[in-house]
Design a protein around this ligand. Structure first.
Ligand code: UGA
Length: 449
């Protein structure tokens, strides 16, 4: 019988007393490094491991290559305080650990399910080295049932396995870690779950203590809900265009309903990145495995695929019906602003479709320097937005970088050959563009000429 307890605040756990723990973090990528650096900032003693010797060397010297506000500062602080250390290989990190966080990649595997090879290989490496009574925590996004599987693989009755999913957005991971909406901890061993929850006690966040499968499902249910919200908004945007409405006002109108909320209601070229696409596919796969036809989630994914095509249709129409030989400038390539991450970027997907229709593409993205591997035939990357505009028939904004709003639009207009700007994020001020002599095409909005 699984136990379940929801406490209003972590201060309730251990009476608010915070004990500094010895923690190992296995995997020093985006999730592991943020987790390690933030836990060290909360006063714990953290050893982060990675398999890449160069990365370990760089991090030990305080060099952080991930574009994440506040992360370099926390790493430097942790190193200087002697609370944070980087080592090569999991086995070196776990020897003295009370809690071991698993933060290794779980990419999309065959058929859409998460690939657990990295998790399994770490478990077999550290199984016999883990101190008696330590707790293993799955932080990476892993399929429901993984805690139980890891427990079996470990074959160590003295070690509890806990699921503690992360809810970190790229570009605000440190902020999200230190200001969580909630902490979710699940395990069949209540004392181990409480020990893990207590690590975060200083953050005073609402805490959900539950069994492992529920905690594992929370992560997928959250990301899939967010994806569904975005597909819904993109569909409402399409409907707004056809019915003569304005999606910005529609979303503002629904967002004031506290049951809906204003967040995550911005239409765009579709959702992407390293998480939402992977997790929606993984949950479909998990549902299929138990013969549940998750129609809602399949429609969410299909709507997202169609959204990219809709954007291309919009661009084609703005360009007079054909894209063959048309020179287009693209503003933005990353999957969202504030990151250099191009994984599953809707911008790249749209670029690919435009190229298939014969458009000639030049792009600028503040987070991307030089050519994008694998797309050199698709898009030529240049060093600034004005270079993108030079001689182009039109501009397409694909990522919502703040600096695009404050471009000298009169200068952009003088460099452009055509006069249409397709703004797939409703990010620009249509009046500013109109005054510069440009036409604006948004998503779910009426055109401005
Ligand atoms: C997402 C979740 O938001 C995090 O809570 C979660 O922890 C993380 O995945 C993860 O699983 O690790 P992230 O992938 O960084 O975070 O990106 P989001 O900020 O969620 O954006 C996802 C996509 O939705 C982007 O392509 C973004 O441009 C798009 N989006 C977001 C919109 O089109 N409109 C919006 O209003 C918000």
């Amino acid at each position: 019988m699984p136990w379940l307890k929801v406490s209003s605040s972590l201060a309730a756990i251990g009476g608010g007393v915070v004990f500094a723990r010895r923690i190992a973090v296995v995997g020093s990528g985006y999730v592991g490094l943020t987790t390690g650096a933030c836990l060290a900032s909360l006063g714990h003693r953290v050893i982060c491991a990675d398999v890449d010797p160069e990365k370990v060397e760089r991090l030990s010297a305080g060099q952080v290559s991930i574009l994440e506000p506040g992360l370099s500062e926390l790493v430097a602080e942790g190193l200087a305080a002697g609370r944070l250390e980087f080592v090569l290989g999991a086995s070196k990190a776990v020897l003295d650990a009370e809690v071991v966080f698993m933060c290794v990649p779980t990419p999309m595997g065959v058929g859409g399910a998460a690939d657990l090879m990295a998790v399994e290989s770490v478990i077999s490496e550290v199984r016999d080295l883990l101190p008696v009574g330590c707790v293993v925590v799955n932080k990476s996004t892993v399929p429901v049932g993984t805690a139980e599987r890891v427990h079996k693989l470990l074959n160590r009755p003295d070690i509890a396995v806990v699921s503690n999913p992360e809810f970190l957005r790229e570009g605000s991971a440190v902020h999200d870690f230190l200001n969580p909406d909630r902490i979710v901890v699940g395990s069949s061993a209540q004392d181990a779950a409480e020990r893990v929850a207590a690590l975060y006690a200083r953050l005073g966040a609402p805490t959900v203590l539950t069994d492992a499968p529920s905690a594992e499902l929370v992560k997928y249910a959250a990301n899939c809900f967010l994806a569904m919200k975005l597909s819904y908004v993109n569909a409402i945007a399409e409907l707004s265009e056809r019915l003569g409405a304005n999606v910005a006002d529609v979303t503002e109108g629904i967002g004031y309903d506290r049951r809906i909320g204003q967040a995550f209601l911005q239409p765009g070229p579709g959702w992407g990145g390293s998480c939402l696409p992977k997790d929606t596919h993984a949950l479909i796969q998990a549902a299929d495995a138990v013969e549940f036809d998750f129609m809602l989630l399949r429609a969410t994914i299909d709507t997202n695929t169609r959204q990219r095509q809709r954007i291309v249709t919009k661009i084609r129409e703005a360009c007079g019906g054909s894209l063959a030989g048309v020179r287009l400038g693209l503003l933005g390539l990353t999957f969202k602003a504030g990151t250099d991450d191009l994984r599953d970027s809707p911008a790249l997907a749209v670029a690919e479709l435009l190229r298939e229709e014969g458009a000639e593409l030049t792009a600028y993205d503040p987070g991307v320097a030089g050519a994008v591997p694998g797309t050199t035939d698709t898009v030529r990357v240049v060093g600034d937005a004005y270079e993108v505009a030079r001689g182009a028939a039109g501009l397409v904004l694909l990522t919502e970088w703040p600096e695009f709003r404050t471009l000298d639009w009169a200068r952009v207009a003088s460099l452009l050959e055509g006069r249409i700007v397709v703004d797939t994020r409703n990010h620009l001020d249509p009046d500013v563009l109109r005054r510069a002599g440009l036409g604006w095409r948004g998503v779910g909005m009426q055109p401005v000429d």
